[in-house]
Design a protein around this ligand. Structure first.
Ligand SMILES: Nc1ncnc2c1ncn2[C@@H]1O[C@H](COP(=O)(O)OP(=O)(O)OP(=O)(O)O)[C@@H](O)[C@H]1O
Length: 272
């Protein structure tokens, strides 16, 4: 089905595959007083939490609350201004290439190199190389994903020739085939996925956690946390305002002097 030199190479395999076919074990991510400053202003400050294997976490909060910044720090895309992020015992930082391979962050927008419109399929192949994935049988697996997500017709097109949802589906295929232990998804439910894409995404998030992965997604809608997440992390102006199972009633303390944006998120959590 897919015939491309990019997908047929057979390089040296690296193979850090654990018993469940998931690459590079991580049992826990510890956020220790994490903070990040941009231009003299704290985008995130004092965030303390432990994320465990086998769980799905939803990060909620108003626009500008610090959700994307938190995911970028966890992925090692940005350095912390204070605090530490430990993957088990090892501190995540942008130079820690071996740790960054345990984690994949998907953002909706692709950063174009040299001002050109990137080809999502080329990015997928680069990810397979960057993450040192064993390539045996990969071509067939990728072809099956293209088929299942109904994007075979846009294979090898540039991103500007695709719809938003088609481009995002190819990023998801990269995530599914590379299958690092930690999945970080920034606003996946705003990425233009159709009903089938959403169904596959939701299934895969749950399955990845059941296999022992750690899944963290951001969303503007508390119902995504209620439906899909084991824990909800609510950020408010860079601070962690609430961290609990999404159907647990937020404490009165969390509501003291809450802004209307924070109150709207907390109202969307809690028991039905
Ligand atoms: N690269 C950057 N340079 C300067 N300021 C930044 C940068 N990235 C984020 N910020 C600032 O940090 C704060 C948090 O931004 P962030 O993107 O993490 O919020 P968010 O919760 O993801 O928001 P949204 O829901 O709108 O996507 C904002 O005030 C934003 O302006």
């Amino acid at each position: 089905m897919l015939r491309s030199a990019a997908l047929t190479w057979r390089g040296s395999a690296l193979l850090h595959v654990d018993g469940k076919g998931m690459r590079l074990s991580v049992e826990r991510i510890s956020l220790l007083k994490c903070g990040r400053v941009f231009s003299g202003r704290w985008a995130l400050r004092g965030v303390e939490a432990t994320l465990e294997s086998g769980k799905v976490y939803a990060v909620l909060g108003a626009n500008g609350a610090g959700k994307s910044t938190l995911l970028r720090l966890m992925a090692g895309w940005l350095p912390l201004s204070e605090g530490r992020i430990l993957l088990d015992e090892s501190p995540m930082r942008p130079t820690a290439a071996h740790l960054r391979r345990k984690v994949m962050l998907l953002e909706e927008h692709t950063i174009s190199k040299n001002g050109r419109s990137p080809k999502p399929t080329d990015n997928l192949c680069s990810a397979i190389q960057d993450y040192h994935v064993d390539q045996s049988d990969l071509e067939q697996e990728i072809a099956e994903w293209y088929d299942r997500l109904d994007v075979t017709s846009v294979y090898n097109k540039e991103e500007r020739s695709m719809s938003k949802g088609q481009a995002y589906k190819i990023k998801l295929i990269g995530l599914f085939v590379v299958a690092p232990k930690v999945w970080l998804l920034d606003e996946p439910f705003s990425a233009g996925l159709d009903a089938n894409g959403l169904k596959v995404l939701e299934e895969q998030l749950r399955m990845h956690a059941q296999r022992g992965g750690i899944v963290v997604f951001t969303s503007q809608w508390p119902e995504h946390a209620r439906r899909l997440a084991d824990w909800a992390m609510v950020l408010d102006e860079g601070r962690l305002a609430w961290f609990a199972p999404p159907r647990e009633a937020p404490s009165p303390e969390a509501r003291v002097s809450a802004t209307s944006s924070l109150e709207a998120v907390l109202q969307g959590l809690g028991p039905e």
